[in-house]
Write a protein of this length. Structure first.
Length: 93
C-alpha cells in the first residue's frame, strides 16, 4: 500500500488514476479520521486535475466532514468559484 509521499509524487507526475486507486485503497483500510480526511483531500486534488469537478467536490466534502478546518474547505470553495465564474462581457456585447 502506498503512503502519502508516494501518492503526492504520483499526483505531481500526473499519474492521477494511479494516485486515485492508491487513495481508494488507503481509505478502504484506514480508520483514522485525519488520515481519511487527508486522503479524501488528495483524491479531490487528483480528480480536479483530471477535470472531474463533481468527483473532486464530493471528495472534498468527505474530507470536510472529517476535518472541517482542513485544506479541503478552501479547495472546495475554490472549485465552486471556478464553476460559478462566467465572463459578463461575453453575454453583453
Amino acid at each position: 500500500m502506498a503512503d502519502f509521499s508516494d501518492i503526492k509524487t504520483m499526483i505531481e507526475q500526473c499519474r492521477l488514476n494511479e494516485a486515485i486507486g492508491a487513495l481508494d485503497d488507503l481509505t478502504a483500510h484506514s480508520t483514522d479520521s485525519l488520515v481519511l480526511a487527508h486522503a479524501f483531500y488528495l483524491r479531490g486534488n487528483a480528480y480536479r486535475q483530471l477535470g472531474n469537478f463533481r468527483q473532486a467536490l464530493n471528495s472534498y466534502l468527505q474530507a470536510i466532514e472529517l476535518e472541517p478546518d482542513g485544506p479541503a474547505a478552501l479547495a472546495y470553495r475554490n472549485v465552486q468559484q471556478i464553476l460559478d465564474f462566467y465572463d459578463h462581457d461575453l453575454y453583453n456585447p
